[in-house]
Design a protein around this ligand. Structure first.
Ligand SMILES: Nc1ncnc2c1ncn2[C@@H]1O[C@H](COP(=O)(O)OP(=O)(O)O)[C@@H](O)[C@H]1O
Ligand SMILES: [Mg+2]
Length: 392
């Protein structure tokens, strides 16, 4: 199975490019599902078909779906949440507050991601295209598996750990073992999901941009977060490119020149990723025929579901007696990176997002001494002992 997720600022053309990719994939004979996760759905308008929250077959080999994360959660997690709310209310917590407390943050996103994956697997799809929400929301969605695992692990530890002190508190909040069982089961599924989403043989992430300064800025931020979470990017789509022509009109001339500068910047900044361009059309691109035409313009004869680029992910290199963990994080604003280490757990924070890395055994026992940026990568140096470091 291939999962391809298009992301970017609102209005850049994510839905259009997702639909075009899906139409082409289906035409190549692959069972294809295109899923919109943006609450402001426009996939149905783009395809000119009625869609529902379950996959609908809209033409040969092509299924489409508009998911609603909140509905998904109520269906998948609703019962557990209900019993959590009830328990909390028995403790004398008022109804509204109990409702709030029972909502594990990001649960709607987790459940919706798991359901997309389950639908894809059960429906035996070759290609799954995700037409994602604007960048911020999508980064949040993609960071949820890590956040959830962080939460679940702490919950488990508190429940089973030797800290008897915490037990009455835990008992008050989570007396039902069914809740812990549910969190445990969900945690297993989230683990699988996380592996699938960061497996470069399965999943590819593609920023969609326009030749505009603000749009590029947002895509660069997206690239950093994707790298932080180890989600593989295999290309960039540059949409709405004003075609080169001898424009007589001053306004068009100026617009073309301004775009041209930004277009070149895109090629420089995102290299060595492949960059596809789609021209600015005078009209909206609607319906399967027009989308097929757009796919031709963008990808030519190529299969858009192939893996176009295999980039570096985190690596560990040896340097003398110590090791270096190298994490490619392009375009990061350095002053916003925080890290902490406890045993085999390393937490790296950039802005509002946290990545929880489980360190391999050889690094777990060592001390993280220095972190610095070298050529777009965060390098964390490890040392066998702090004493050795001092005497050196
Ligand atoms: N290359 C293009 N030329 C002309 N119109 C386009 C192009 N790409 C997208 N559009 C139109 O722009 C609008 C926004 O595109 P859409 O794909 O919905 O963006 P997003 O999903 O990123 O918000 C739609 O009306 C779409 O038909
Ligand atoms: Mg859209």
């Amino acid at each position: 199975m291939r999962i391809i997720l298009y992301m970017g600022k609102g209005g850049v053309g994510k839905t259009t490019v997702s639909a075009a990719t899906a139409v082409r994939s289906a035409a190549l004979g692959k069972r294809t599902l295109v899923v919109s996760t943006d609450l402001a759905h426009s996939l149905a308008d783009c395809l000119q078909k009625n869609l529902a929250s379950e996959p609908q077959e809209i033409s040969t080999n092509l299924w489409a779906q508009e998911v609603n994360a909140l509905d998904e959660m109520r269906r998948g997690w609703g019962k557990i949440q209900e019993s959590m709310t009830k328990t909390l209310r028995k403790q004398g917590i008022d109804a509204a507050a109990a409702d709030e407390l029972a909502l594990i943050p990001g649960m709607d996103e987790i459940v919706s991601l798991i359901n997309i994956y389950r639908n894809a697997r059960d429906g035996d799809f070759d290609t799954v295209i995700i037409d994602a929400a604007p960048t911020g929301e999508t980064v949040r969605l993609l960071s949820m598996p890590d956040t959830f695992q962080w939460y679940a692990q702490r919950l488990m530890k508190m429940q089973s750990g030797p800290l008897n002190l915490a037990r009455p508190l835990i008992k008050a909040f989570f007396p039902a073992t069914e809740i812990l069982d549910a969190v445990n089961a969900l945690s297993e599924r989230v683990k699988t999901l996380r592996e699938v989403l960061s497996d470069p043989e399965v999943s590819s992430y593609r920023p969609v941009v326009n030749p505009e300064r603000m749009v590029i800025k947002e895509a660069l931020r997206a690239e950093t977060y994707l790298a932080l979470f180890n989600y593989p990017i295999d290309g960039v789509i540059c949409n709405r490119v004003i075609p080169a022509a001898d424009y007589q009109d001053a306004f068009m001339q100026d617009m073309y020149r301004t775009q041209e500068k930004q277009r070149q910047r895109i090629h420089q900044t995102f290299a060595p990723l492949p960059i596809w361009e789609a021209p600015y059309r005078s009209r909206e691109i609607l319906g399967i025929d027009q989308l097929n035409g757009l796919a031709n313009t963008i990808f030519g004869e190529q299969d858009p579901t192939q893996i176009f680029y295999r980039g570096a992910i985190q690596e560990i290199v040896r340097s003398g007696d110590s090791y270096i963990l190298r994490l490619p994080l392009p375009h990061v604003e350095m002053n916003k990176v925080l890290m902490s280490k406890k045993g085999d757990e390393m937490v790296i924070e950039i802005g509002n997002f946290k990545r929880d890395i489980t360190l391999p055994a050889m690094l777990a026992s060592q001390e993280a001494t220095v972190a610095k940026f070298v050529n777009g990568s965060l390098e964390i140096h490890f040392n066998a002992s702090a004493e050795a470091d001092k005497s050196a």
